[in-house]
Design a protein around this ligand. Structure first.
Ligand SMILES: *Cc1c(COP(=O)(O)O)cnc(C)c1O
Length: 356
């Protein structure tokens, strides 16, 4: 039976990425060796790194003066690296969920943190709108897509300071005005690559303005200077990331991808909104994520949630159980997921509803 992969992360990858990676595991770049066993200093891998950086910059239209890094440690290490490198006095943070809170916790180790707004009062089911960012902040940090709660900020905010964003789960799903940011980061395991690599887009001249001592490996300047090759980088995930970037280019770039993503999300949200049984957890349409669609059963059907998971799983729907902090269901519709999978899920929802 065909499987439809709605996992939140690690998550679905394009067939192209998987096939090219599989080939390189057997024979990388005609070397007669596996990508798993070659030196990261080989000219063949250097070419992969260079092309991945170039294509990343091209697709996101990153202006001059920025570096793209591929590091280890996940988005979670960035929660600490960002303030360690960029926070000298005060920074503003928007609290839109668990990942944002974790970033706030780490930032507090390095300076004063002004949480300008929070949606915790409603279990993070909306994006706060009425807040101001004071102009004396070192930066404003926000999480663009809240993977757990299914909310998303799809427009670059307008604030009087430089921005930093965790774009782990919606990078490459919309155009970004990178010039407004000092730094953008994310774990690659949602829209880019298998787990193990973290992307960082950093404005070169935003670095070096803090007084504290920074350990070599945690200093962005180390990695900028060495082109992400100060130590051994995650070779295989970077190779896979390059394949995904090539695939994105084939699809027509970010604007074409965004169109497809919106069509997929509309298809599922429309089915939920038109259903007697299901209800979306994010009421305001403007706040709804096009990457992670969270929904539950209405109170009168609540005891059928487990049955629905089993019913859907038997029909090939994988990974639709909601995060424990939200419950119900979450369908992640990352870039590599075809519209066909969304339609299959909608059909299963309709079939289940008709049975009850
Ligand atoms: C998945 C996720 C993270 C955590 O990423 P790791 O690479 O596991 O540290 C952080 N932020 C967001 C928005 C995420 O979706």
């Amino acid at each position: 039976m065909k499987k439809h992969n709605f996992y939140a992360g690690p998550s679905i990858m394009s067939q192209f990425t998987i096939e090219e990676t599989a080939k390189a595991i057997h024979d990388f770049a005609g070397m007669g060796l596996s990508i798993l066993e070659i030196s990261h200093r080989s000219k063949q891998f250097q070419a992969v790194m260079d092309e991945a950086v170039a294509l990343f910059k091209e697709l996101l239209e990153i202006p001059e003066g920025y570096s793209v890094l591929f590091l280890g440690g996940g988005a979670s290490l960035q929660f600490a690296m960002v303030p360690m490198n960029m926070l000298s006095t005060k920074a503003a943070y928007l609290d839109t969920g668990v990942w944002a809170s974790k970033a706030i916790k780490e930032a507090k180790l390095f300076g004063e943190v002004d949480v300008v707004a929070s949606s915790k009062d409603k279990n993070y089911n909306y994006i706060p709108k009425d807040y101001t960012v004071p102009a004396d902040m070192n930066y404003f940090h926000y999480t663009s897509n809240n993977t757990i709660y299914g909310t998303e900020i799809r427009k670059d905010p307008d604030v009087p300071v430089r921005m930093i964003s965790d774009m782990s789960s919606d990078i490459f799903s919309r155009p970004v005005d990178v010039s407004k940011y000092d730094l953008i980061y994310g774990g690659a395991q949602k829209n880019l690559a298998p787990s193990g690599v973290t992307f960082v887009i950093v404005k070169d001249d935003a670095l070096g303005h803090v007084d504290r001592v920074i350990p070599t490996m945690l200093d962005y300047r180390t990695h900028v200077k060495k082109g992400s090759m100060f130590n051994t980088p995650p070779v295989l995930p970077i190779f896979s990331a390059l394949q995904t970037l090539k695939y994105y280019k084939q699809l027509g770039g970010i604007r074409a991808i965004e169109k497809m993503d919106i069509e997929k999300a509309d298809c599922l949200y429309n089915a939920i909104d038109g259903s007697k049984m299901f209800v979306a957890t994010v009421p305001d349409h403007a706040d709804r994520s096009i990457m992670n669609v969270c929904f539950v059963m209405k109170p009168e059907y609540k005891d059928l949630e487990k049955d629905f998971i089993d019913f859907a799983t038997e029909r090939g729907m994988i990974g639709i159980k909601g995060h424990r902090d939200v419950g119900g269901f979450r369908a992640s519709l990352y870039n590599a997921l075809p519209l066909e999978s969304v339609k299959a899920l909608v059909a299963v929802m309709k079939e289940f509803e008709a049975n009850h």
